[in-house]
Design a protein. Structure first.
Length: 154
């Protein structure tokens, strides 16, 4: 199993460290240097996980995350940032981030966060695949029948 990961960070050093860390795992990274470039990549690429720096030129990570959630892309977002305060932490979660890791972090901590988020992404995907549109339509029809039956009892 290979899990696609989009890494969005303007630091070449950080991108290299993440590439090295992920090279020892089943995670396959694709890289963008800012939010604008990431959005262009997301037009044709659908990763399970996005690793997202906050402070970047062109478009910051908070704005990119807000757009990802608005477009309802099916992916987990992990912020990687040096912004170590409650206001930014809370803002990251408010705009739709799933995890907020403070730099510097260990490779093991990064992989553990990705593992956890991939497991959550996979379980959500499995559930959504189990419920087909036909099943949802049948459930809605049955709920309608139940509502009609209960109104005729009165």
């Amino acid at each position: 199993m290979v899990c696609e990961v989009l890494v969005v960070d303007d630091s070449a050093v950080m991108r290299k460290l993440i590439a090295l860390t992920l090279s020892r795992t089943e995670y396959k990274p694709t890289f963008a240097v800012n939010g604008d470039e990431a959005l262009k990549i997301l037009e044709w690429f659908s990763p399970a996980i996005v690793l997202l720096d906050v402070r970047m030129p062109v478009m910051d990570g908070f704005e990119l995350c807000r757009i990802i959630r608005k477009k309802q892309y099916d992916m987990r977002v992990i912020f990687l940032t040096s912004l170590d305060n409650d206001i930014d932490y809370n803002h990251g979660l408010e705009v739709g981030g799933d995890v907020y890791l403070i730099k510097p972090f260990s490779p093991a901590k990064l992989v553990a966060a990705i593992d956890e988020q991939y497991e959550l992404w996979q379980s959500n995907k499995d559930i959504s695949e189990m419920i087909s549109p036909q099943v949802l339509q049948k459930i809605a029809h049955n709920m309608s029948d139940l509502a009609n039956d209960s109104s005729s009892v009165d």
